[in-house]
Write a protein that binds this ligand. Structure first.
Ligand SMILES: NC(=O)c1ccc[n+]([C@@H]2O[C@H](COP(=O)([O-])OP(=O)(O)OC[C@H]3O[C@@H](n4cnc5c(N)ncnc54)[C@H](OP(=O)(O)O)[C@@H]3O)[C@@H](O)[C@H]2O)c1
Length: 266
């Protein structure tokens, strides 16, 4: 899985922004982005249609991720939701299909459907989202659980709960952690502590926040950006490598968890 991708939450919610959203994703592809993260939930399906427009003639360039809503995640419901997503995305396969968060359907039913979809070639890999270590361990124990390829969780400088035990657990089992809202939805860049590090490298605070999520193996980051200058800035952040001095300063300002803390969600 590519370590850097573009998110699509909030896309498809306003017709006025639609073309800008398609253009942002296309610009990302032109700049070398190889992963797009979407979900049936975003814009009630419209985000997937926007992704389809951006991927017109370029489907093979990307690792495409979508998600099934928990209330659809029964066995039959997941199979049907996948078909709808494939149709909106105008593709015959997803590279990764995630359960958006834990719901009331037994995970075994969702995993059964994921296995069936994989057999049919409609998804290449599957995983979960917003799962903490205990929930992931439970899922791991049921048939198909050991093939969970990713857990997409809230992870950024201000939200480091995943570091306590989820991240090591996943790294040990080669389960990718996909860091969502890596910019804390745009709020992180205003935190003073990022300025010094940014200045040292001649980059922006946003780029420091993104490079920080990419400092660990097995972590994928998926910022969302609609403005072209944001897309360019975010993509360029992949080139920034933070040194020990930077990481120590960031740890001072945003301390890692000192004990188990519940995984937060947005
Ligand atoms: N699995 C889940 O439950 C879950 C939950 C939340 C998010 N996600 C995924 O993760 C993706 C990213 O998270 P997110 O959308 O919540 O938030 P985010 O990526 O942390 O932040 C997005 C916001 O930051 C702004 N931004 C982006 N680049 C910037 C830059 N260089 N300078 C200044 N501002 C910048 C964007 O503005 P513009 O758009 O105006 O450019 C947008 O307002 C989502 O789109 C979605 O795909 C998954």
């Amino acid at each position: 899985m590519p370590a850097f991708g573009l998110g699509t939450w909030r896309m498809g919610e306003s017709g006025r922004m639609r073309q800008a959203e398609v253009d942002a994703l296309r610009l990302g592809l032109d700049l070398g982005v190889r992963l797009i993260d979407t979900a049936e939930m975003y814009g009630s399906g419209e985000a997937e249609r926007i992704v389809a427009d951006a991927l017109e003639g370029r489907r093979d360039e990307v690792f495409l991720v979508s998600k099934v809503l928990p209330h659809n995640a029964s066995r039959a419901g997941t199979l049907a939701a996948a078909e709808r997503s494939l149709k909106r995305l105008r593709t015959d396969r997803l590279d990764l299909y995630l359960l958006h968060w834990e719901g009331s359907h037994p995970v075994q039913d969702t995993l059964d459907a994921f296995l069936r979809l994989r057999e049919q070639g409609k998804i290449r890999h599957y995983g979960v989202s917003n799962y903490d270590t205990a929930t992931l361990e439970e899922a791991w124990a049921v048939p198909g659980g050991e093939d969970i390829a990713a857990d997409q969780v809230l992870y950024n400088l201000e939200r480091r709960a995943a570091e306590w035990d989820l991240l090591p657990w996943c790294q040990e089992r080669q389960v990718a952690i996909m860091a969502y809202s890596p910019l804390e939805q745009g709020r992180l860049r205003r935190r003073r502590a990022l300025d010094d590090v940014a200045r040292r490298h001649g980059v922006t605070p946003t780029q420091v926040a993104l490079a920080w999520t990419l400092r660990l193996p097995g972590v994928v980051t998926i910022p969302k950006a609609t403005r072209a200058e944001h897309v360019r800035e975010d993509v360029a952040a992949q080139e920034l490598v933070l040194g020990d001095e930077d990481l120590a300063a960031l740890d001072d300002a945003f301390p890692p968890p000192a004990e188990a803390v519940p995984l937060e969600t947005l």
